[in-house]
Design a protein around this ligand. Structure first.
Ligand SMILES: [Fe+2]
Ligand SMILES: [Fe+2]
Length: 179
């Protein structure tokens, strides 16, 4: 069984170009759930997806590289969803898989497993389920991570709640999940 260190090393090995891409600076500055940035959330989802594949003994059916890259890019929509949709967030949950895929295809070469896994990661909010095992692992890991990040008390450490980004607005923590 893979250790946490080995899992993180796998994520770094297969996703280094993604992690180091200049557009990841945008993810590092956008909050996904509470005090967790989209970048940190994406790393967590990638690590958890690898952990699940390992503990469920799925390596005969799962391509580790595709799994890691789809997980790292599943929320590559490159905006702060708290600001999108005029603050209503009504459509973000339904549309951001497509936005993430468009951005990811612009910046990286993706195979069909990665593309499908990114596009369908919000199932069942979107009608089409993932086609591949990798996609199911990404969507399960995303929901598990999002739930944990949403209910964690550390979410109140988000500097935005303290007016820390200079926008002069103080927001209440979101109760909903936006994977
Ligand atoms: Fe996510
Ligand atoms: Fe998402």
């Amino acid at each position: 069984m893979l250790t946490r260190t080995q899992i993180r090393a796998l994520v770094d090995e297969h996703g280094r170009d993604i992690i180091e891409h200049e557009h990841m600076r945008i993810e590092r500055g956008c909050y996904q759930h509470g005090s967790v940035t989209t970048f940190a959330h994406s790393i967590r989802v990638a690590c958890l997806a690898v952990w699940l594949a390992d503990r469920l003994r799925l390596w005969r059916r799962v391509d580790a590289r595709s799994l890691v890259r789809a997980a790292l890019l599943h929320d590559y929509f490159l905006y702060d969803w708290h600001d999108w949709d005029d603050g209503e967030h009504r459509l973000h949950g339904f549309t951001h898989g497509g936005a993430a895929l468009r951005n990811a295809m612009r910046d990286f070469r993706l195979n069909h497993v990665e593309r499908d896994s990114i596009r369908c990661h919000m199932f069942p909010m979107t009608p089409k389920p993932p086609t591949y095992v990798e996609g199911w692992l990404v969507t399960m890991s995303d929901k598990l991570s999002a739930t944990r990040e949403t209910v964690s008390l550390s979410r109140f450490d988000n500097p935005r709640l303290m007016g820390g980004r200079g926008r002069g607005r103080v927001r209440a923590p979101r109760a909903g999940r936006r994977g």
